[in-house]
Structures are given as C-alpha cells and as structure tokens.
Design a binder for this molecule. Structure first.
Ligand code: EPZ
Length: 428
C-alpha cells in the first residue's frame, strides 16, 4: 500500500512539462488493432492505465515493444484472440475501446466490463446503440459480465447520440472506420482527445471528417496501414498543475501544452484572480492576491471539463466567499468533499451541486483518494494546507498522473511516497 505524505503551505515555483493525454492514449492504443501493419506511438504517458492497455494487447497476441520511456511500437498482425478477459479489463475503465476496435477489425469482440466507479454508473448504452446501428448484433443481456458484439459485415449508418458521450463517440468511430459505406455520427463529443483519435485513424488511412464538431462523417475504407503518431499533451494534467500554481500562490511555467485546449480552465482561473499567460506551447500561472469566489458548471467540451471539477473546487474552498459547483456530466462526483471537510473546508453537497463557503486556510489531515481526479484534488489541498496531509489509495492518482511526485518536488513541493504495510492502512 502506498501513501503520499505532504508538508503543505509552500509556494510552488518553477517549470513542469506535461505528458501525453491519458484519455487520448487509452483509445489510440486499442485503435492500433485496426491496423494491417505495425504502429509507433510517441508521447505515451507513463501511467498505469497505459500499461494495462499493453497487457491487453499482448493477451490478444499483439507484439508490444517499448522503444523508450514515451514511445511504443505495436504490431497487431499476430493478434489471435478477440476476447479481453475480466482480470485485465477490470483494471482499466477504458478497456471498452477494445470492443470497437476488435469489432471494426475482425467483426467480433468480447470484453469484460468493469463495474461502476466512484462517481456513479458508467453506462455504455450509447456505445451499443452505435454498434447495433452499424449492423452488429449485441445481446440484450450482459452474460457473465462480458459484452459481446459480432457482425458479418459492418454497414455505415446515421447515428444520433442521445447523450454527448466521449466514449461512445470514440468507440463508434473505431467500429465504423472499416465499415462498408458512410457513417454520420451526430451529437458527437468534441473533446481534444476525440480529435486526436480521429487524427490517428486518418494517419492510418481512415477517412474521418468533422471530429471536434458535433457531426462526424466516417467513410469506411477497406484497409488501415501502420503509421507513426504522437499523442497530444494532456489537457487535464496541465489544468491540474494550473490549479496547483493558483492554490499555492506560486508561479509555474507549464510546458508542452496546447493553450486552446485549456481555454475554459484559463478563463475560470482568471475569473478567480489568477494571472494566466499563454506563451506558444506553454502557460504561466501565478496567483498574487486572494482567490476570488465564483460559480463553476461542468459541460462537455468546450465547456469547463468535469475532469477538472474536483481540482478547481479546492481553490473555491479557499476563496473569499460562496461558490456553487454544478457537475452536469456525472451524478455523484463530490465524494471528495467529505475528505476536504476533514481539512477544514466548509461545503454542502446536494446531488450534482456543491456549495463551498471559502475558508482562510485548510489544515493537513489523513485523507484518501476516491478516484483519479478526486485524488489529484487531495494533493492540491495538501499542498495548500498548513501542516501534514497523508493521502491513502494513491494508486487511483497514478492511473492518470505520470511522475507526479517527481514533477511536484522539482517545483518545491515537500511530498513523498511512503509504503505502509496493508494491515495498518486506515479503514475506509
Ligand atoms: C470519458 O469517460 C473520460 N474517460 C472521463 O474521464 C470523463 O469524465 C468523461 O469522458 C467526460 O468527459 C476516458 O476518456 C477514459 P462519457 P466516458 O461517455 O467516455 C453518460 C478521467 O478522470 N453516458 O462522455 O466514460 C454518462 O453516464 C475520466 O480521466 C450514457 O448515458 O464518459 C455520463 O453522464 C473520469 N451512456 C455522460 O454520458 C453511454 O453509453 C458522459 O459520459 C455513455 C455515457
């Protein structure tokens, strides 16, 4: 069992380099299955979700070879299975992307689906609606926790998503790229990682237009060839470090970003009194005065991202007034508020809404990470708080933040990982 130990109250100053986007990489790697030749993927983030993806590819029979810390070469030509077993799928939520890519390549796919996670049910009805529209047969009942999709021939179709879904948008693209005919996907999600996956598929010879808008047109092609592709920088890792700079009243130069992907985050931090300067592929964030209270409502891109909701809430907990946070995407993404209260935060949660009464300071306490972004929020709170904070269940954090401790220590954070024998881990 690992725990983070943070001695808070220090201004963080210096430079941070952002890694590849987790939510692009966990889709690009399964998408390699669709290729008829080897692919080289660069700017891969060093996070546990990615290594699980590699394990799944190897279990399917693909060759996976790390060229260096951020580059992998994958040869899908030796894939001999179309089944992703539970012991692998349960370790990564996004294992469902193997449904779309195996179905799109082989006309058959069987993937065990992990259960819900810590902020509500994670349905995939829109994914299955898309597969069915393309001519796949998907049994109405999930048997033994496995989802199976088969199709003798996938045929392009018009699909209107009932819900703006990142996963469904990507998964339907994966299934449709080699279908016969044209697929029009409407009410599609527009996140930067959607565009990145479409660009990767097009680099392999696909014909996808409109990614990044709410209508994506996919003209099926018979073959996809190998390619070399570099993953975009992680919008949410960048946003997390922007929030860290503001929370610690520090001065961080955050490198390897795409400022346009950060627009809603930069705007919100500016509204809260931070200074955000865009310089080519970098942003510099400082916070000289008090954190100003404001309201936050998460929305699909280009709105304020739900994956930044816990992190920005820590700033609001330390702001000069009352703030209302509404998460329109997930029904229960406020479990971290209980942990913030242990540090002195004043907040009330009612379903999708949390109201924060800003307090002048937080104090260190033993807390836990409920999920990836909630865990990042606890790190931000610990960095800003006076005293010692210890965070349990940090494996959630390390699913999505590469070299997190190393990057924080390099800008002056007093944070380290401590190993604790599991019997002494605090009870839930
Ligand atoms: C992706 O999850 C991200 N994960 C999530 O980030 C992120 O919170 C989410 O998109 C929203 O941006 C990955 O990309 C691996 P959705 P996903 O389908 O695709 C409902 C992180 O921290 N819905 O866009 O699962 C769903 O219940 C993670 O990196 C259906 O109703 O999210 C939710 O209310 C956490 N039916 C809304 O749509 C479906 O078939 C958005 O979900 C699918 C989704």
């Amino acid at each position: 069992m690992s725990r983070y130990r943070i001695e808070g109250g220090r201004r963080l100053v210096g430079e941070v380099t952002i890694g590849g986007a987790k939510n692009a990489a966990v889709a690009v790697i399964p998408a390699v299955v669709l290729s008829d030749g080897p692919c080289r993927i660069e700017n891969i983030p060093n996070i546990s979700d990615i290594f699980v993806s590699f394990d799944i590819l190897k279990a399917l029979g693909a060759q996976v070879r790390m060229i260096n810390k951020t580059t992998v070469e994958i040869d899908p030509r030796t894939i001999c299975s179309h089944v992703v077993p539970h012991e692998l799928a349960r370790n990564m939520r996004a294992s469902y992307y193997f449904l779309g890519s195996l179905l799109g390549k082989f006309g058959t796919a069987k993937v065990s689906l992990p259960g819900g996670c810590n902020f509500g049910v994670r349905p995939i009805d829109q994914h299955l609606k898309g597969f069915t529209a393309l001519g796949a047969s998907v049994p109405a009942m999930i048997e033994n926790g496995m989802i199976e999709a088969t199709a003798t021939q996938l045929i392009g179709n018009s699909i209107y998503l009932d819900v703006v879904s990142v996963g469904a948008t990507i998964n339907i693209m994966l299934a449709a790229v080699k279908a016969r005919g044209i697929t029009i996907l409407e009410n599609a999600a527009k996140e930067p990682h959607i565009v990145d996956v479409a660009n990767f598929l097009n680099a392999m010879g696909a014909d996808i237009r409109g990614a990044g808008t709410d209508v994506i047109k996919i003209c099926g092609v018979p073959h996809l060839h190998g390619t070399t592709y570099s993953i975009i920088p992680d919008q949410i890792e960048a946003g997390t470090f922007m929030a860290i700079a503001a929370a610690t009243h520090g001065d961080l130069l955050i490198k390897n970003v795409i400022p346009k992907h950060l627009e809603s985050i930069s705007a919100k931090l500016t509204e809260m009194g931070a200074q955000v300067e865009e310089i080519d592929d970098m942003v510099r964030v400082t916070m000289d005065g008090p954190i100003k209270h404001c309201n936050v409502k998460t929305m699909p891109h280009p709105g304020f991202p739900t994956d930044m909701q816990p992190q920005i809430a820590v700033l609001l907990a330390l702001s000069d007034g009352t703030s209302i946070v509404t998460d329109t995407v997930w029904e229960n993404r406020f479990r971290y508020v209980d942990e913030l209260r242990r540090m002195g935060a004043q907040a009330q949660v009612n379903g999708k809404v949390a109201v924060f009464e800003g307090v002048p300071m937080l104090t260190g306490a033993p807390v836990k990470a409920y999920d990836l972004r909630a865990g990042a929020a606890m790190v931000i709170a610990g960095l800003a708080a006076q005293g010692i904070t210890e965070i349990d269940d940090v494996h959630y954090i390390e699913r999505g933040y590469e070299y997190f401790i190393e990057k924080l220590r390099a800008v002056g954070a007093e944070i380290r990982r401590v190993e604790i024998p599991s019997p002494f881990a605090r009870r839930a």
